[in-house]
Design a protein around this ligand. Structure first.
Ligand code: NAI
Ligand code: MG
Length: 349
């Protein structure tokens, strides 16, 4: 069985995944790796962004690490053949319903935040976003002509089961952190928000009474993230609010090139790990992309899917040490190339 399936993808994807391979060779040479084309490069080679072969390999691995997909050269492809469609198909095919997005402020980079250093220093938030339900998937969904204009309809749908399984992941994560979950919805104006609050409250009472639970309306959470972000440990929220709150939180830390993510399904199935950035066509091929988001995505895979938490700790410490030592790619104010940044991490292992 393959431990880790690599899907380097397009643009800077292969450049940052190459650094992960270097790190893995040093940290855990026994880890079995496999690699498949995915995204635009797969469309060019096989006529589809996600081949049956790649999806089967993803489902059979213990974890999947993606680089990034997409680019202007595929903008004209049919909608269902675009790289982004491949990503949606991969997430659906793997059944990953919980998106974990850490917002971490590395000490030496606190000045890169959109906020003041004293507000973000030491920031460590984990956002758990429901990924496969809610208003992005609910039906009916359509645009129709009506007298005098048009009418558009989207539908937010959540079941008890969908809310409970993602909430469970948030509570479990909190236990290994600062033991606090802030659940965000709009129960004041939405029935789905009411059900969300009810299910989270029940589950907490039944299985996680040891964890501190707080409910917060999502608009207030957006404000609190800017005002006093360090009050948060784990933020649990739905697909729509999670999309917005996680993008907001990423800016508190000051670096797209630094932020990893994970998407998890039911226990025992592989997780999907990827940097939050895209394929960065503007810098692709120049060898200057920051590989830390990909390396930290690998760190999450070690921790959450590969059962190697102690190696994850070592890798995390190596990244912090490299940053402390002044290692910087251009996006965070330095001159190192992608490969030199990877070397700086390897040197700390
Ligand atoms: P992007 O994240 O690729 O780039 C935004 C800006 O951040 C660019 O200036 C880029 O140079 C910079 N940047 C991103 N990652 C970086 C890194 N590791 N190191 C240094 N600088 C970095 O977002 P954009 O430009 O909106 O999208 C480009 C393409 O990527 C599009 O085709 C889009 O659809 C795709 N995309 C794919 C994602 C994925 O594979 N999950 C996610 C987001 C976008
Ligand atoms: Mg978004």
């Amino acid at each position: 069985m393959t431990d880790l399936l690599l899907l380097p993808g397009d643009g800077i994807g292969p450049e940052v995944i190459a650094e992960v391979k270097k790190v893995a060779a040093k940290l855990c040479p026994d880890l079995t790796l496999d690699e498949k084309p995915f995204g635009g490069c797969s469309f060019d080679a096989h006529g589809t962004p996600l081949t049956d072969d790649a999806l089967a390999a993803a489902k059979a691995a213990k974890a999947v690490l993606m680089g990034a997909v997409g680019g202007p050269q595929w903008a004209g492809a049919p909608r269902d053949k675009r790289p982004e469609a491949g990503l949606l198909a991969l997430r659906a095919g793997m059944g990953v319903f919980a998106n974990l997005r850490p917002a971490l402020c590395f000490q030496p980079l606190a000045d890169a935040s959109t906020l003041k250093r004293e507000v973000v220093e030491g920031l460590d938030i984990m956002i758990v976003r429901e990924l496969t339900g809610g208003i992005y998937f609910g039906s009916p969904r359509f645009i129709e002509e009506i007298p005098g204009g048009k009418r558009a309809v989207d539908t937010q749908v959540y079941t008890t089961g969908e809310i409970e399984r993602v909430s469970r992941i948030a509570f479990e994560l909190a236990r290994g952190r600062r033991n606090k979950v802030t659940s965000c919805e709009k129960s004041n104006v939405m029935d789905s928000g009411l059900l969300w609050r009810e299910v989270v409250t029940e589950l907490h009472k039944r299985d996680y009474a040891d964890v501190q639970l707080e409910h917060m309306l999502a608009d207030n959470a957006a404000m609190q993230l800017v005002k006093n972000p360090r009050q948060f440990d784990v933020i649990l929220t739905d697909n729509l609010f999670g999309d917005i709150l996680s993008d907001e939180a990423s800016q508190l830390t000051g670096g797209l090139g630094l932020l990893p993510s994970a998407a998890l399904g039911v226990a025992g199935t592989p997780g999907l790990y990827e940097p939050i950035h895209g394929s960065a066509p503007d810098i692709a091929g120049k060898g200057v992309a920051n590989p830390l988001a990909a390396i930290l995505s690998f760190e999450m895979a070690l921790r959450w899917s590969l059962g190697r938490a102690e190696l994850a700790d070592r890798l995390f410490a190596a990244v912090v040490a490299a940053l402390d030592g002044g290692a910087r790619t251009p996006d965070i104010g330095g001159r190192l190339t992608t490969a030199q940044m990877g070397d700086a991490v390897v040197a700390q292992l």
